[in-house]
Design a protein around this ligand. Structure first.
Ligand SMILES: [Mg+2]
Length: 239
């Protein structure tokens, strides 16, 4: 019997790409306000490449995506002759703004009613590799807890976040359902621990060979069908 439902966030509760693109564009514009030299010497693509370079230089930031972005901005500014203390200040200010834009997500229409219903019957957790702070969203009231990779130095499909979620809820894998859009991070990651999985597949993509979600859903309302069906019947179903 399912007692805990964990949700991936990005691309499961909202379409994330437009949010990130907008936040990146705004951050690039703001960089010009703070330190115009950056726009004289760099373009948005080189900023992205620089971030990859910094990630290679500081592998300990691999999981800490907010810190990685902060450090990259500071380094870019310094490359453009910004003094270190000023670069640190700008990076802090710009990251605050970036996180505001990054939280301007628009949940799919069914998210609020589905979470509202489920939260009255199940423990609900967020398990994300991204840096969204669920307490900043208008659906936060439905979540019992939220776990972010950067706070645990681990990302899905690694087991850490899933194990922590079950520990917090005091449940076993067979009492847990994880819902997410990524076959590797969400389905394979949770599935490896014996957690029941629902692959969120709004685009109705073909299931690649070897992928083994317990359920496939095109909308979050499909979760209600999973839970209302005989729970131990684990044949894949489309909804
Ligand atoms: Mg996702």
């Amino acid at each position: 019997m399912i007692k805990l439902i964990t949700f991936d966030l990005d691309d499961t509760l909202w379409d994330n790409m437009p949010v990130l693109i907008r936040a990146e564009q705004k951050a690039w514009q703001r960089l010009n306000d703070y330190w115009p030299e950056t726009h004289k010497r760099l373009d948005p693509n080189s900023v992205f490449e620089y971030r990859l370079k910094v990630r290679d230089e500081r592998p300990e930031l691999k999981y800490r995506i907010t810190e990685l972005r902060h450090y990259s901005i500071k380094k870019i500014l310094q490359v453009c002759d910004c003094p270190e203390s000023r670069a640190e200040q700008i990076a802090s200010d710009l990251m605050k703004e970036f996180l505001t834009w990054r939280h301007e997500v628009k949940c799919f229409p069914e998210v609020q009613p589905v979470l509202s219903y489920l939260s009255s019957k199940y423990r609900i957790g967020a398990v994300t590799n991204g840096n969204v702070d669920i307490s900043r969203l208008n659906v936060s009231e439905y979540f019992d807890f939220s776990l972010r990779g950067e706070d645990f130095d681990s990302i899905k499909p690694e087991p850490t976040l899933f194990l922590k979620a079950m520990e917090l809820a005091g449940v076993r894998p067979e009492e847990t359902l994880h819902v997410g859009d990524c076959l590797k991070a969400d389905v394979a990651g949770a599935g490896a621990l014996g957690i029941r999985t629902a692959w969120f597949n709004p685009g109705d993509k073909a299931l690649p060979e070897g992928a083994k979600p317990d359920h496939v859903i095109r909308s979050l309302t499909g979760i209600l069908r999973i839970l209302n069906s005989k729970e131990e019947d684990s044949l894949p179903e489309s909804s």
